[in-house]
Ligand binder design. Structure first.
Ligand code: UTP
Length: 288
């Protein structure tokens, strides 16, 4: 377990999830199941495995299922106990006992940057982690744990990046960086959804931010889509603080997108010992 000073993880989860309509009309995107766990649980488990102990979830309208999911369910636990379904009981208790949860509500979805800004009073002037729950990272060493090691060495902001095909870079925030160690870049510039990407290193949904991000977010004007963009605040921050990018080791799925969600389900199901053989047989039988 890490002895890093980073203990808090923010999960912005107040977006509308429009790429997944109509499924996300009444069900939060974060609660869509990947095999048998909601999307957000993968991120929370990664946070716990990275030594983080306090989870702050930014919720919004229609997101109460997230709070219910991480709460204890007395009636369900009693029923499983009575029916002697101890395996299931343990699984349910594990979910509610994962870590300490706090919730704050973003009244209007004014952007990712705004969702982070409203956690200012819960953060207390410490560096903290941010997880975008859509980005599922399957890795031997949890991706956030890898990033915490980089943070503890450079004591500054760390952005997760991944090489993407050049023709897809315009869909992401992209960095221009100078390599300073294996997998580590000093960020020289960053651009949200660039027409001419300065590299193929795309920013992925894991960040370690310093408290300096809050005054930068306060100065940030609404940008693309009328939203307060985190990338714009990072551009302000870079004039006063070093920012590093880290190319983590692991496979990443954008589960907030239909195709990415399907790929994640197939890959993660094939890793489950109880499903693997039968599911593989089924996939082979599709004769694609
Ligand atoms: P996305 O761009 O993925 O937006 O936000 P979204 O609304 O969830 O999904 P689409 O694009 O419409 O399908 C990135 C992250 O920031 C959060 C989202 O919940 C997601 O985790 N977010 C976005 C907020 O918490 N508040 C906002 O105002 C905007």
């Amino acid at each position: 377990m890490t002895t890093s000073i980073i203990k808090k993880a923010v999960f912005p989860a107040a977006g509308f999830g429009t790429r997944f309509l109509p499924a996300t009309k009444a069900i939060p995107k974060e609660m869509l199941p990947l095999v048998d766990k909601p999307l957000i649980q993968y991120g929370v488990e990664e946070a716990k495995a990275s030594g983080l102990s306090e989870i702050i979830i930014v919720t919004g309208m229609g997101k109460t299922a997230i709070e219910d999911h991480f709460d204890t369910s007395f009636e369900l636990e009693k029923l499983l106990q009575e029916k002697e379904k101890f395996e299931l009981l343990k699984m349910i208790e594990n979910v509610s006992g994962l870590v300490h949860f706090a919730y704050t509500r973003q009244k209007k979805p004014l952007g990712l940057g705004h969702a982070i800004l409203i956690t200012k009073n819960l953060i207390n002037n410490e560096p903290f982690a941010v997880f975008l729950g859509d980005d599922i990272i399957d890795a031997k060493v949890p991706a956030m744990k890898q990033m915490i090691e980089v943070h503890d060495k450079y004591k500054s902001t760390v952005l997760a990046v991944q090489k993407v095909p050049k023709n897809q870079a315009h869909l992401y925030g992209v960095i221009k960086g100078k390599k300073v160690a294996p997998g580590v870049y000093k960020v020289l510039d960053l651009v949200e959804k660039p027409k001419n990407p300065p590299s193929n290193l795309a920013i992925i949904g894991r960040y370690i931010l310093t408290p300096g991000i809050f005054p930068a977010l306060e100065k940030t004007q609404p940008g693309s889509g009328g939203e307060i963009q985190l990338t714009d605040a990072l551009k302000i921050l870079i004039s006063t603080q070093d920012i590093y990018a880290y190319e983590f080791e692991g496979s990443r799925y954008d589960a907030g997108d239909k195709l990415g969600f399907l790929k994640a389900n197939v890959s993660l199901a094939l890793k489950r010992p109880e499903l693997r053989a039968e599911f593989k047989k089924f996939l082979k039988g599709l004769k694609l």
